[in-house]
Design a protein around this ligand. Structure first.
Ligand code: ATP
Length: 216
């Protein structure tokens, strides 16, 4: 019998994807021995996209970034819709494509995790996946009140010990890389280099398509 398949998903705007996203994804994939970790770019209302950077450009950059990296993959399903998707609905769709025993892991930064109580049907998320909270040293220690009971009931201390297809929460410590897409957009807009903050292939895409630069 083959071992249970383990799939992870990291959503984000990836505007643009950078080494912070990619190291997190790779470290989680290795620590959890995932078969596949999918980077899933979010759709946004058109007016919120950076003016010259389309969803297709954001997707293309994520594709460039994971090219040739075993275990990292791209899932474009949320961009295929004409409006932003609710995470719970995306997870339902992914679940429908998986065997019931397979494990699904949703990766969330601490900030996103603390915002969970505002998400559509958030109490159902753990029916479909385990949640891995990516911990950064600058994170607040205290979760919001609304999450206290959930954490008491569902968190496990060792992410490698997560059992079953879904239902638990674990914290994963990460190599801190204090880089953000905001910083990268600002550097480019002011004519500076973002070399070594994004993979070379992403830099080549940004240059070739003249993205994020201030107009001359
Ligand atoms: P922006 O600066 O535009 O808000 P961002 O760099 O935070 O963007 P997102 O696309 O919003 O990137 O992030 C997607 C996911 O990656 C989130 O869960 C976020 O917590 C995580 N993430 C972003 N930057 C880092 C980083 N440097 N290290 C680890 N995780 C990160």
């Amino acid at each position: 019998m083959s071992p249970t398949r383990r799939i992870g998903v990291l959503g984000g705007t990836f505007d643009p994807v950078h080494i912070g996203h990619l190291r997190s994804a790779l470290e989680v994939a290795e620590v959890l021995a995932l078969d596949e970790l999918r980077l899933m770019p979010n759709a946004r209302p058109p007016h919120r996209d950076t003016p010259q950077v389309s969803a297709q450009d954001r997707l293309a950059m994520v594709r460039c970034a994971v090219e040739g990296v075993p275990t990292l993959a791209v899932d474009a399903r949320e961009l295929a819709r004409d409006k932003p998707s609710y995470t719970v609905e995306t997870l339902e769709l992914m679940r429908a494509e998986m065997a019931a025993s397979e494990q699904l892991f949703l990766l969330l930064g601490w900030d996103a995790f603390c915002g969970l109580p505002g998400w559509h049907r958030w109490e159902e998320l753990l029916q479909h996946c385990h949640i891995l909270v990516l911990q950064r040293p600058d994170a607040d220690v205290e979760p919001p009140d609304a999450l206290r009971n959930l954490l008491a009931a569902r968190s496990v201390s060792d992410p490698q010990a997560l059992q079953g297809p879904a239902g638990n929460i674990a914290f994963v410590w990460q190599t801190p890389l204090a880089v953000s897409a905001t910083q990268i957009r600002q550097l480019l807009a002011s004519g500076k280099s973002v070399r070594f903050l994004v993979p070379d292939a992403v830099l080549a895409y940004i240059d070739a398509h003249n993205l994020y630069r201030a107009p001359n």
